[in-house]
Design a protein around this ligand. Structure first.
Ligand code: EPZ
Length: 420
């Protein structure tokens, strides 16, 4: 198992290229179960979640090959339809194969994902949506067993207690592309990753309108034909590097970053004193003073993403004053709080809220990563801390960041990956 050793206190400077979005790539890979022929997905990040899904798709009769700058994907056998618990429990996004398998093969057996470090993550809304399209659903030995001769279009409401669902919307949109008739989804997730998925499906011959808005309409078609598609840049990776510039009082130029996908984040960073300037195909982010405290509330897109909550908390640990962070999507998503506390942060947690009292400087310490975004927050805190920090279990960060330590080192960070 690898860990990072980081000497803090260096100002980051230079250019970083943002990779393709993990959360766009995963549903797009699953969507290749729907079509005939070989698809090419470009700009695929080198992250372990992609490798993991490639393994699962391989078990479902798909050939997945790494090619220059991306993946080639082709279904060669439509018999297998079981997504085993052993694979699904390691990565929840595996549930995105449910809709495509059901729509294309008329049957699917997908393990229920189970528990997650960031909190309870049921899939009841996914199932509700697929049932509305006429799927027969049963639970057998912890697996969802789904059948449908042919799905049929319907009106589907995808709202839940915490807003809409991103992968739930993806599952229902993918299933509806091959259903008989028209589907109208109300309260669909509006994330850019959903829009990217819809663009890919439309390029394969689907008829989807309204993606990116709460109402999505899908006219079912008979078949989809493979195509080539470049995934959108990763707005969460971009946000993480913006925080890296701010937390080290540095100056970083991000290329291949879509600012129009992260206006709420940019607005918040400017509010607290970072300088974020648009630049060709990206942005230049710098900071030349102590940042101010603020309140942050996570929301569905276009609000502040929950996937940047931990990183923003790390930044606010050394802000001037008290910040209040409210987690509205995963109320228990605070595994990073205790670890930041080991680095001298002053954070009080009360239910889904954390009150962060800014300290002059964090100090280096051995800390433990618990999930993908929490581990990014610990790396960011370590960049600003006095002395040395060791971040263990970095396999969490490799799930969603493409060689982050190499990118940070090129910006001047003193960071090394060592195996434990
Ligand atoms: C996606 O997860 C992302 N993952 C997550 O990113 C992200 O945190 C999340 O959306 C929210 O933005 C991928 O895209 C692969 P949801 P997803 O269904 O689709 C509740 C990362 O770090 N809910 O939109 O699983 C749920 O519990 C990952 O890259 C139900 O109650 O999230 C949560 O509170 C972590 N029933 C809220 O809705 C359901 O059936 C939003 O979840 C589905 C969800």
């Amino acid at each position: 198992m690898d860990k990072f050793i980081i000497q803090g206190g260096r100002r980051l400077r230079g250019d970083v290229a943002i990779s393709g979005a993990k959360n766009a790539t995963l549903p797009i890979m699953a969507a290749c179960l729907l079509c005939e022929g070989e698809s090419r997905i470009l700009g695929v990040p080198e992250v372990t979640d992609v490798q993991h899904l490639s393994g699962l798709l391989g078990e479902l009769g798909m050939e997945v090959a790494r090619a220059a700058d991306g993946l080639r994907l082709k279904v060669v056998d439509e018999q297998p339809c079981h997504a085993r618990y052993d694979l699904v429990r390691k990565m929840r996004a595996s549930v995105c194969v449910l809709g495509p398998l059901l729509a294309k093969r008329g049957r699917a057996r997908v393990a229920m994902p189970g528990g997650c470090a960031i909190g309870s993550r049921p899939i009841d809304i996914h199932l509700r949506g697929l049932k509305a399209l006429g799927a027969q659903l049963d639970l057998k030995e912890g697996d969802i067993v789904a059948t449908a001769k042919r799905l049929r279009g319907a009106e589907v409401f995808l709202g839940g207690a915490f807003g809409s669902t991103v992968t739930g919307t993806a599952n229902v949109v993918m299933a509806a592309t091959l259903a008989a008739g028209k589907t109208v989804i109300e309260f669909a997730a509006c994330e850019p990753e959903i829009e990217d998925l819809a663009n890919f499906l439309n390029a394969m011959g689907a008829k989807i309108t309204g993606a990116g808005s709460p109402r999505v309409t899908i006219e079912g078609v008979e078949r989809l034909q493979a195509t080539s598609h470049r995934v959108i840049p990763d707005r969460i990776e971009a946000g993480t590097f913006m925080v890296a510039a701010g937390i080290t009082n540095g100056e970083v130029r991000l290329s291949q970053a879509r600012l129009d996908h992260m206006l709420a984040v940019v607005d918040k960073l400017r509010q607290i004193g970072l300088i974020v300037e648009r630049a060709d195909g990206g942005a230049v982010v710098s900071s030349n003073r102590r940042i101010s405290a603020t309140d942050v509330t996570t929301q569905p897109y276009p609000g502040i993403p929950t996937d940047l909550q931990a990183q923003l908390m790390a930044l606010l640990c050394s802000a001037d004053g008290n910040s209040v962070i409210t987690e509205k999507i995963y109320p228990d998503r605070f595994m990073h709080v205790a670890e930041l506390g080991r680095m001298g942060a002053n954070i009080r947690k009360e239910g889904p809220t954390a009150i962060v009292t800014g300290v002059k400087r964090l100090v280096g310490a051995p800390v433990m990563a618990s999930d993908l975004r929490a581990s990014a927050a610990l790396v960011l805190a370590a960049l600003a801390a006095e002395g040395e920090t060791t971040v263990s279990r970095v396999y969490h960060i490799d799930r969603g960041y493409d060689r982050i330590e190499q990118k940070l080192a090129r910006l001047g960070a003193d960071i090394r990956r060592v195996s434990e």
